[in-house]
Design a protein around this ligand. Structure first.
Ligand code: NAD
Length: 479
């Protein structure tokens, strides 16, 4: 018998219409648990519960909120190994990466526990003598949170924590592929001392639960992370109902390697950000843009490093890369390797499905060379362990290709030239820029987000999160 897991609605654990098994992508015989599927009526009940809880929570005082968030963060950090293992088991990143993500989630709650106490406003003189002007930030209301499968603990945390910190109530719908981490988080939140209805969890498919959450008149704002297609659809829907939105979407992140780069460093950061976490990071480097002087050496060194990578069960020791998270994602990854080859790219490493002792979705990381910017492999997000190399003449060509994309999440450069690094930081059209560091791997206390087709709306994380999770009020007083 596997354990069943229910929705959290108005402080009660509520069974949905059915249960779905949560399967370990490293071993398809391993069922992590059965997770309920909420109905549209239950979604409505969760929104009503959040609405009912909002007046008291939004005026409850900052100490109560700080205490609850601190308690949540403390428990996550204390249980980081267990939660990280659950994460690796259901999503497929390695156990070490899972523990890292759980740690990050705990730190995010701790950070926003402090932020509760740091929210400030402004008092400014009026242009009319004798009148006082106060500018304050207030909670927005009920926030609908919709999250993807690739960071099942960190992304929910960096949305839930600021939402609660600034006095909002939450209805959260996690990705249906990875309900385990969201449920574990909800269980911890349910014991943190926050009143019933302030935080609600509804599990289920995007079309069944996500869509009505976006369209619900009782929801004031939607914070979404996921694919560009779903994000754009949510933007259209929220334009009709005039909801506030924050959308974090896909990437096609460039990693530039200039002739003067330290070769070993350039290879290591490219391998890490292209292939670690199975390439399933929105900030993964999928386009390696290499100047011609270092191009042959870089390809040889990449092949040599890739030959040392160990793909295997996410929970096994000594593994660099776990499985792809689902069969449909694996099929998409493999199909993009074929699309690249059909477009004229050369597959120089990996790209095949691997047969390992357990039946899972394992794939050898793929490297394609001789690719050009117009190929689909360089324009569309693959979201797997597939990287392509674009050869350019010089820095100017590299910068052009960096920005030659509809996305703009992260961009990196490996160079020892201060001149080129400084110019790149200023002129790459991405929300996050890395010099001699992987494009994937960011701090939890500073803004996260992109430009162009990668992001829409205010930034996430750090102090900047208040832009989305609060609303500004200007008050005038005649004393
Ligand atoms: P997805 O868009 O398929 O799903 C994201 C979430 O939206 C899920 O919870 C899903 O159930 C829900 N959803 C689906 N259809 C919906 C609908 N009609 N209405 C409302 N909700 C709906 O994305 P995914 O496959 O889970 O995640 C991968 C994508 O997420 C990639 O594109 C990746 O780049 C992106 N991502 C972006 C960031 C970032 O911060 N920029 C971070 C992580 C992942």
């Amino acid at each position: 018998m596997t354990q069943t897991h229910d929705n959290l609605i108005g402080g009660q654990w509520v069974a949905g219409a059915s249960y779905s098994p949560n399967i370990n992508p490293s071993n398809l015989l391993d069922v992590i648990g059965d997770y309920t599927q909420a109905s549209a009526e239950q979604l409505d009940a969760a929104v009503q519960a959040a609405r009912a809880a909002f007046p008291a929570w939004s005026t409850s005082g900052i100490q109560a909120r700080a205490d609850a968030l601190d308690k949540i963060g403390t428990e996550i950090l204390a249980r980081r190994e267990e939660l990280g293992t659950l994460l690796a088991r259901e999503e497929g990143k390695t156990r070490l990466e899972g523990i890292g993500e759980a740690t990050r989630a705990g730190n995010i709650f701790k950070f926003f526990a402090g932020e509760c106490l740091r929210l400030t406003g402004e008092v400014v003189p009026s242009v009319r003598p004798g009148i006082g002007v106060e500018i304050t930030r207030e909670p927005v209301g009920v926030i609908g949170i919709i999250t993807p499968w690739n960071f099942p603990m960190a992304i929910p945390s960096w949305k839930i924590a600021p939402a609660l910190a600034y006095g909002n109530c939450v209805v959260m719908k996690p990705a249906d592929l990875v309900p385990g981490c969201a449920w574990a988080l909800a269980e911890i939140i349910s014991r943190s001392g926050i009143p019933a209805g302030v935080f609600n969890l509804v599990m289920g498919r995007g079309s069944v639960i996500g869509d009505p959450l976006v369209n619900h008149p009782g929801v004031d704002a939607i914070s979404f992370t996921g694919s560009q297609g779903v994000g754009a659809r949510i933007a259209r829907q929220c334009a009709v109902t005039l909801k506030k939105i924050q959308l974090e979407m896909g990437g096609k992140n460039p990693q530039v390697i200039l002739d003067d780069a330290d070769l070993a460093q350039a290879v290591e950061l490219s391998v890490q950000s292209a292939f670690f976490s199975t390439g399933q990071r929105c900030t993964a480097s999928s386009r390696l843009i290499v100047t011609e002087g270092i191009y042959p050496k870089f390809i040889e060194a990449m092949k040599a490093r890739m030959a040392t990578l160990k793909v295997g069960d996410a929970l096994a020791a000594g593994i660099d890369i776990g499985p792809v998270s689902s069969l449909s994602q694996l099929e998409q990854d493999m199909s993009y390797v074929d699309i690249g080859k059909a477009e004229g790219a050369l597959l120089v490493a990996g790209g095949e499905r691997l047969k390992l002792p357990t039946d899972g979705f394992f794939m050898a990381p793929a490297l394609l060379t001789d690719t050009t910017a117009d190929m689909r492999i360089n324009r569309e997000e693959v979201f797997g362990p597939v990287a392509s190399i674009i050869r350019v003449k010089d820095y100017e060509g590299a910068l052009f290709e960096t920005n030659n994309t509809p996305f703009g999440l992260a961009a990196g450069i490996a160079t020892t030239s201060l001149k080129h690094a400084s110019h790149f930081k200023r002129h790459s059209q991405a929300g996050m820029v890395m010099v001699k560091l992987p494009t994937a791997g960011v701090d939890y206390h500073v803004p996260f987000g992109g430009r162009k087709g990668s992001s829409y709306g205010p930034r996430e994380q750090g102090r900047y999160a208040q832009e989305f999770f609060t609303i500004v009020k200007t008050a005038y007083t005649l004393p």
